[in-house]
Design a binder for this molecule. Sequence first.
Ligand code: SF4
Ligand code: SF4
Length: 240
Amino acid sequence: VIDFDLLYGHPLSQPCALWERCDSHCCTMGRRFLRFDPQTPLVALPIPAPEYAYLRGLAPGGAQWPEAPRAIELELRGYSLRLYMQPCNFGGACEGALRPAICRLYPYVPLIDDDLRLGGLIHASALDLVWEPGADDDPCLMRRAEETRRYVELMRDLIGKLARAPENLELLLWFNLAYRYLEAFRDYLGENLAEGAAGEGSEEQTHILHLCNRTQLFLADPEFRGRLDAEVERMQRWRS
Ligand code: SF4
Ligand code: SF4
């Protein structure tokens, strides 16, 4: 069984105290797209089925969100996973103990290398990928240099502790699958922004981001699927 207690109790999982200074950007980023689609939730949270079950156990009577999640079946080479996309419209006013892993990892998702060490970081939300790492206009204050250094220390500690138990390697695989998804989204967004020649922070740029988020054509690209398969193979190497 994956040790969610370890992840949820780790210092990296502490709620961010800077929300008043960024207007709760990470819990409300979907509001930028409401003018293109009034049904857009403030946030859509990816939660693997085993974690969803764990969260239900923490909140007797069901998970904390009133909205129904959308289920996605992920079939990779030798590995399958049900992923729930959970709309969240709390805007930051959720029950802190019931935040899923993606909210705890924010503002980054890690890539774990063959030696079970931190191999890279990427912005934790596809909608945040319009900002380059270290950009002055990035609304998330936790991605500044000093906060990022602290994050890296904590993430290395978390990975080291999780990697001690073979059952947790699947959780590290999820991190890597999320990283590969975000990496591919960043490339897809880059191609479409270049074609649209949108100005930084413009209405046009926001619209292109919204359309990229809706279409996500790269999901069916064999090259992208190959990158996900390679992460499953990496987990098998960790296990051997
Ligand atoms: S993690 Fe970033 S976006 Fe979220 S509340 Fe903190 S500073 Fe704001
Ligand atoms: S669950 Fe809480 S922390 Fe996560 S997006 Fe929703 S309001 Fe924000």
